[in-house]
Design a protein around this ligand. Structure first.
Ligand code: AVJ
Length: 323
């Protein structure tokens, strides 16, 4: 079945086989894990949208508020004729706030692994910002990629990485991402990063254990996806959503815990679970303004400005490239 499909759908099946490789590698490991990027199939993306609207989930609202309140000041960092490059742009909802405050911007370059999504979004952006050149790039933001000629030749480039997506990386991966962004943007560049801040454990734990159970559905949907795309036999009623703040490592951990000893098949392979054994599905690292600044400095970015909301839950931080 898969072998036949692979011939006719090369693009889709490249993804499927990478998904299979990554899932099997993670489920053979001890402790078990699955990379968090696989949450975002169609249903997963929809569930994440619902998470951003939950009373307990403050990050998205806080970030939007900071961007709206300080859009003019943020825009002052962007010289006329510059190109704005968004890493992992998705729906470009946050970029729109900046675009409205940057009328002299030459180009907006949304970069996302999901080509279909940014093509559609670009059509809407061109309609809403007729004077703006929109140059979508389909790429994995963790790997080197080339900017379109028009963005390359602009007098300067500004990176935008909102949503605390940087928190999904291990700190060394976050540093590698910042280094890659510096290489892509080039000398004279600036970078605008949105990052969730270290705060009261109760606030953090509540944000990932909402009372409606949407985060639990989001987490468990990963098993549904494995069942559908990799012929998995996970029974969703035998796994439970676990999310907690790990104080030592400044991160929320999400896991799926097996409620009993059991065997599950995935892509023809049998995976054994002990009772209580978990699959580690996500880390969401929390930073202070200082700890992110230190990380960025280490790879050549000079910290410039930082804004937070009134409760200091979330931050927007800017950096410029040294040299
Ligand atoms: C999209 C990675 C920022 O870590 O808060 C939300 C994902 N996971 N609830 C986050 C997520 C569980 C989210 N990020």
């Amino acid at each position: 079945m898969v072998a036949v499909a692979r011939k006719h759908l090369p693009l889709q099946n490249t993804d499927v086989s990478e998904f299979e490789t990554d899932v099997l590698e993670g489920l053979r490991a001890s402790p078990k894990y699955v990379p968090a990027k696989y949450f975002y199939d169609a249903l997963g993306s929809h569930l994440f949208e619902r998470i951003t609207e939950l009373a307990e989930y403050y990050p998205t609202r806080c970030e939007m508020r900071i961007l709206r309140r300080h859009a003019t000041e943020i825009a002052e960092l962007v010289p006329p004729g510059a190109a704005l490059v968004e890493f992992g742009s998705g729906s470009s909802k946050k970029a729109r706030i900046l675009l409205r405050a940057m009328p002299k911007l030459a180009a907006y370059v949304p970069v996302d692994i999901c080509g279909e999504m940014i093509e559609q979004e670009s059509t809407e952006l061109r309609r809403d910002f007729p004077q703006l050149t929109v140059l979508p790039v389909t790429a994995d933001i963790c790997k080197p990629f080339k900017l379109p000629e028009e963005a390359q030749s602009a007098p300067s480039r500004i990176g935008f990485f909102p949503g605390s997506t940087i928190g999904n990386f291990e700190p060394h991966e976050a540093a590698a991402f910042l280094r890659n962004a510096a290489n892509i943007l080039g000398s004279g560049a600036s970078l605008i990063v949105g990052v969730d801040l270290i705060k009261s454990i109760d606030v953090l734990n509540a944000a990932y254990n909402d009372s409606e159970g949407v985060t639990a559905q989001f987490n468990l949907n990963l098993l549904t996806r494995i069942n559908r795309e990799l012929g998995g036999t996970f029974r969703l009623d035998t796994f439970e959503h676990h999310a907690f703040y790990n104080r030592e490592r400044h991160r929320i951990e999400m896991h799926l815990a097996s409620l009993k000893r059991q065997k599950v098949k995935v892509a023809g392979e049998t995976i054994d679970f002990r009772a209580g054994e978990t699959i580690h599905t996500e880390n969401s690292y929390k930073y202070s303004v200082e700890s992110l600044a230190a990380l960025a400095r280490g790879v050549g970015w000079l910290p410039s400005r930082a804004w937070t909301d009134s409760r200091k839950y979330f931050s927007i931080q800017t950096f410029t490239l040294a040299g």
